[in-house]
Design a binder for this molecule. Sequence first.
Ligand SMILES: Cc1cc2nc3c(=O)[nH]c(=O)nc-3n(C[C@H](O)[C@H](O)[C@H](O)COP(=O)(O)OP(=O)(O)OC[C@H]3O[C@@H](n4cnc5c(N)ncnc54)[C@H](O)[C@@H]3O)c2cc1C
Ligand SMILES: C[S@@+](CC[C@H](N)C(=O)[O-])C[C@H]1O[C@@H](n2cnc3c(N)ncnc32)[C@H](O)[C@@H]1O
Length: 688
Amino acid sequence: MTRAPLRPARLSIAADGVPRSLDFDDVYHSAAGALAQARHVFLGGNGLPQRWTGRRDFVVLETGFGLGRNFLATWAAWRADPQRCERLHYVAIEKHPPTREDLARVQQHSATAGADPALAEALQAAWPLPTPDAHSLDFEDGRVQLQLVFADVDEALRGLALQADAFYLDGFTPARNAAMWSPEVFARLGRLAASGATAATWSAARAVRDGLSAAGFEVERRPGFADKRDMTVARHAPRFVPPAPAAWRTRPAAGTPREALVIGAGLAGTACAWALARQGWRATVLDAEASPAGRTSGNPGGLMHPIFNAPDSLHARWFRAAALRCAALAAGPIARGEVAGRLDGFLRLEGRLEADTARARLEAVGLPQEFLHWCPSEAAAAATGLPLTQGGWWFGPGGWLSPRDWCGWLLDQAARRAGAQFHGRRRVARLAREPAGTPGRCWHALDAAGASLGRAPVLVLAAALDSPRLLAASPDCATFGGERLVLGAVRGQTTLLPAAAQAGGTVRAPRHALSGAGYALTLPDGRVLTGATSQHDDPDPALRPADHLENLRRAAALGLFGAAARALPAAALPAALGLDLERLEGRCGWRATTPDRLPLAGPLVDLAALQDARQARARLDALRQLPRSHDADGGLYLCTGLGSRGLSSAVLAAEVLASWITGTPCPVEAELRDALDPARLQHPAAGG
Ligand SMILES: Cc1cc2nc3c(=O)[nH]c(=O)nc-3n(C[C@H](O)[C@H](O)[C@H](O)COP(=O)(O)OP(=O)(O)OC[C@H]3O[C@@H](n4cnc5c(N)ncnc54)[C@H](O)[C@@H]3O)c2cc1C
Ligand SMILES: C[S@@+](CC[C@H](N)C(=O)[O-])C[C@H]1O[C@@H](n2cnc3c(N)ncnc32)[C@H](O)[C@@H]1O
């Protein structure tokens, strides 16, 4: 489903410091103080902070994030509470996000709001671009996880995959904004309620109480805040609880081990270790190579950028959300010099697109200018320093990253946060699971002699093209249909061009990464990485002069050797540039591609159990109803198929996977989670 273009909030601030919405003609909070209201109505009404005491994870879902005052109050309460839950997940829906400037303005003017300035500034600093996506923001080293869903409430609730412990209902007054309090909204909240969930709102309107009751909540009136006589609190106590869909794994019980074995230490595996550590899980990562990023992920540089098309396709939505997440996460490590890269703008040349058509497409989707704009040829040439004659898309949060550094950083963070460990030179030959009923039942990774290289209740297969092979080689995985996971193997070779000074000024190092027929990016030492070739089912591991020549041809088309070199035949380029094809540096690897060019992240379908379910005439028309490769003891999961965009996809795909494993809120809407679900390849008839 495509989302309507976002319109930022229009607000004014009254003399008493209370912000008012010009769209809804209503105040954002009581004149008696936003934080005091938050504490009385939303925290108090939901029994917080007491209810999160001793919990691993506690999930708040808010309708109407507004200026984030309730979030700041909840975060402050979490900080101040020595008994706080390990992780606070705060998911909030907002149709009209304020601008970062308005957030700052409100904080300055609103003396009565009184939010801790340090927390308010941290929120402003992390404030995302207003794109119609779910945006994850981490605070307190990831122990406070804010997910902002910029969409209309109805659509956002349909897309959420989570179990909420507390609901903050904070739309504007029902009299002026009935859409936030409709029976459909309440019914959806009921479906997202965890066992024992509570809800609170300052509203005591009849429609609110009736809506909550109809959705299975027991409703109570309580004294309201400031001049409000009453407010509403509620507890989810449905008469009938439908069985959870087969695919969903609820949050593992307190006390169960949070350990996973990850096979593969490329972008996929290291991102999984990081995403699991973010949720408090310890990963042991095994790889056949001596060090992380030993294979395809070992390039010194790669492009990282979203894609765009109109209408906003599933691909565009996935790669936008994924690239935004990667850019937000990588900004700090790049600035500190821990990871080589630059994510301050990327140019995608579009030779066949007219400027007017491009602008019309952009308008139809309505994305902010800082995220994407059309860049005419003169501006493109000026930005990159290349003699470009075409215009293109300029992606603000795009550029390049070193995959090698990125893998190392992700793994370091996973070690620091949750004790993740890496073991190199461990070639896994097959997987086996201890029999049902074994206490602390584990999966094992076995070597060729059958010795165990590692064990854990949860196993993540992130071994790129070897992933289906490992499934096929493992009798305990026979029921997971590894043979149906057909991945394409696309060989690719990059070429490293010497720095301009060494090449006698023949190579022009682009000031920003760009792509067209090929791509180019400038490494910190001045060399230009360019590529990449593409050959299906070609297992040759040797660097090939012919492939370097192909990369030179593409680089010439990008203008890397000046305008005159464009006219030269490819075969004349090496001599004209003084480059020896036999001695050029580069790297080759294999992209693991899926038929639909989206990653695979999730549990597998258990085909034997599916057969039984069919015979029992169970409902099987949606992916979430299919029986899977996980159960109460743990499970087996897949994270691969990153294709030619591993840098963009790895982190968010790993976070989707971590939400499957840990039962924490899914970081993307259900439609995108389904789009990544490996079940789509194993059982394409289901879902839809
Ligand atoms: C030439 C080229 C250029 C590219 N350019 C870009 C780019 O600009 N931007 C971008 O985003 N992406 C790019 N890509 C794609 C990107 O490199 C991949 O998407 C990414 O590296 C895939 O990561 P991975 O972890 O799935 O695979 P890998 O990096 O291959 O990691 C899999 C790991 O599993 C290990 N393994 C496999 N089998 C076993 C086993 N049996 N036991 C133990 N360990 C095992 C391997 O040793 C390996 O380390 C490019 C790819 C190529 C080939
Ligand atoms: C009272 S304000 C929320 C105040 C906020 N909780 C805070 O702590 O600052 C209500 C919010 O609901 C949002 N809203 C209104 N209608 C909406 C809808 N249909 N879907 C999503 N959000 C909506 C408004 O844009 C506004 O920001």
